[in-house]
Design a protein around this ligand. Structure first.
Ligand SMILES: [Zn+2]
Length: 540
């Protein structure tokens, strides 16, 4: 109904019935952002009064948009979490080498434990260099082949073997696969039964410096509560600096380019002939946050679902900035994404033709704390995973107007981007990949948790080529946001905010969702995607 081509008829003077406008307007999106990013929402931090206000507002808007409660009569899904504050002993002792080595907390290493116990200890745990720490059947790669790591601590490299190898067909070249993410390294080491796992930090393959590792790994961390109290995880997870990594490897005779060594097809894990001793004390605190969920029932295939997601949480209240502002309102991150899904819900409800499949709208909590609300839904789904056709996610939509290019996060993953491609081509636009494929952005927002359980997931945003401004405008605005507002108190709503780009993205995903909701087929993952196998299995 709303494809761009129809607007042409609006120019025909006697025709008053065909609307030239898109379903979702910038003005409407701004109305929701101004409420969600208002100081009264106190920065929408989980477990605070700001959470209560934000989730109440969102559920009311879902109701006004005509959505039914999505969770057995309720608009809320409880998300039980545990906060763990890990304090490691100030020194990590390494013995067995020519001379004992003492690593200092925060300067040389960071460690934490997800196990919900008061303390964990590694005592003389043998160190093993397991290369990239990757088991990837689709690439015929297994760094743990023939290795028994029980009781041992594995030392692994960040990113994946394809990074800076010069061959775009080896893994995904410089585009990071999930095997390159630190979260994966910890998961795999746990699956292998290792006692500890330490990642050697290197700035280029990590895409951030040691200070980021140090800042984000000291202090309290939030996790989802697990039945087994995370006892399946390694006792100790952590990072060491590149310098310390080199020292450990040198003791075992590994010098020179160890990334190149670990990338070799015949690479086998190497015992480092040293062992590690460390204790971590944990402080535990249990709390419950909430996802907000509303549903529009499909007219003829109500048992199949198209899912829209956006995280409602942000960073709360902190210290005042230079202007005296202490509230992290997160207008762009991510009041605008929530505003967009409310607007999409309204558009579906007021459309002439009701969708054949059901549409589910999910505003998730604790994205900023590690994508926890989406992880909880994906692992405790209210609607069956193999009946969920797609996840369409919006996070931090651009505030610099419509763009000629539409950025697809992690381009090349699944068929959903072809829907976007076809749609925007008809509007004279094009799709592009995200700006930093090596940084693994596909694995850094909520859509990823749906991908992980096999649901084709798509996240799009404005590109950098402005429709009405000159060539450098888009990039300058993106840089301005990154430098001056991203995760800062200044991410505020203003009446002059340009929400036309947000409306553009919301309209595209509304149209993609409309198409998906009227089909009988299920889109899939592209060949080579690390998520294809799990989807294929769950669809059997
Ligand atoms: Zn954020």
């Amino acid at each position: 109904m709303l494809i761009g081509g129809l607007a042409i008829f609006a120019g025909c003077q006697n025709n008053k019935t065909v609307p030239a406008e898109k379903a979702i307007t910038a003005a409407e999106i701004k109305k929701y952002i101004s409420a969600l990013a208002n100081d009264s929402m106190m920065g929408r931090k989980p477990f605070t009064a700001g959470e209560d206000k934000a989730i109440k507002y969102i559920s009311e808007q879902f109701k006004l948009a005509g959505l039914e409660p999505g969770n057995n009569g309720s608009y809320f899904q409880d998300v039980p979490m545990v906060q763990i504050t890990s304090t490691p002993s100030p020194i990590m002792e390494i013995t067995g080498g020519k001379a004992p080595l003492s690593l200092h907390a925060t300067t040389d290493f960071v460690t934490f434990s997800r196990r919900e116990v008061d303390s964990v200890t590694l005592k003389n745990s043998p160190l093993v260099f397991a290369g990239y720490g990757v088991v990837a059947p689709e690439y015929h790669w297994n760094d743990y082949a023939g290795l028994d790591v029980k009781g041992k601590t594995v030392v692994v490299l960040v990113n994946d073997p394809g990074f800076k190898n010069g061959d775009p067909t080896f893994f995904k070249g410089d585009t990071m696969t999930y095997y390159g993410r630190w979260t994966y390294k910890y998961e795999e080491a746990a699956r292998q039964g290792a006692a500890g796992v330490l990642i050697i930090h290197q700035k280029e393959p990590a895409s951030y410096g040691w200070e980021v590792v140090a800042n984000s790994n000291t202090g309290a961390k939030l996790y989802l509560q697990q039945k087994d109290k995370h006892m399946n995880r390694c006792k100790v997870e952590g990072w060491i600096t590149e310098d310390m990594g080199k020292k450990l490897l040198a003791e075992a005779g590994i010098t020179g380019d160890f990334r190149a060594l670990a990338r070799k097809k015949d690479f086998k894990a190497i015992p480092l002939k040293q062992s590690v001793t460390l204790t971590i004390n944990n402080q535990l605190k249990y709390s419950t946050s909430h996802n907000v969920i509303g549903t529009l029932k499909g007219s003829s295939q109500p048992g199949e679902y198209v899912l829209y997601t956006a995280h409602w949480d942000h960073l709360g209240i902190g210290k005042p900035d230079a202007k005296g502002d202490s509230i992290y309102n997160g207008a762009v991150d991510n009041a605008d994404g929530v505003a967009a899904i409310i607007s999409v819900a309204k558009a579906f409800n007021t459309a002439k033709e009701k969708p054949k499949r059901s549409i589910v709208f999910l505003a998730v909590t604790a994205e900023e704390q590690g994508l926890l609300g989406s992880e909880y839904y994906a692992t405790h789904p209210i609607y069956p995973v193999n009946k969920t056709v797609a996840d369409l996610n919006m996070d931090a939509l651009g505030d610099y107007g419509e763009t000629k290019d539409i950025a697809v996060t992690g381009k090349g993953q699944n068929d959903l981007e072809d829907y976007v491609d076809e749609l925007v081509k008809a509007q004279g636009l094009s799709t592009v990949g995200d700006r930093h494929p090596g940084a693994g952005s596909y694995y850094r927002s909520d859509h990823f948790n749906f991908a992980k359980v096999g649901i084709p997931a798509l996240d799009i945003n404005n590109g950098s080529i402005s429709v009405i401004h000159d060539g450098s405008y888009g990039e300058a605005k993106q840089k301005d946001y990154g430098d001056n507002r991203y995760h800062q108190q200044a991410d505020n709503y203003t009446d002059t905010m340009d929400a036309t780009g947000m409306a553009q993205i919301a309209n595209i995903l509304y149209e993609v969702g409309t198409k998906l909701s009227n089909e009988t087929t299920f889109p899939g993952w592209k060949k080579g995607s690390e998520f294809k196998a799990i989807r294929d299995k769950s669809m059997k």
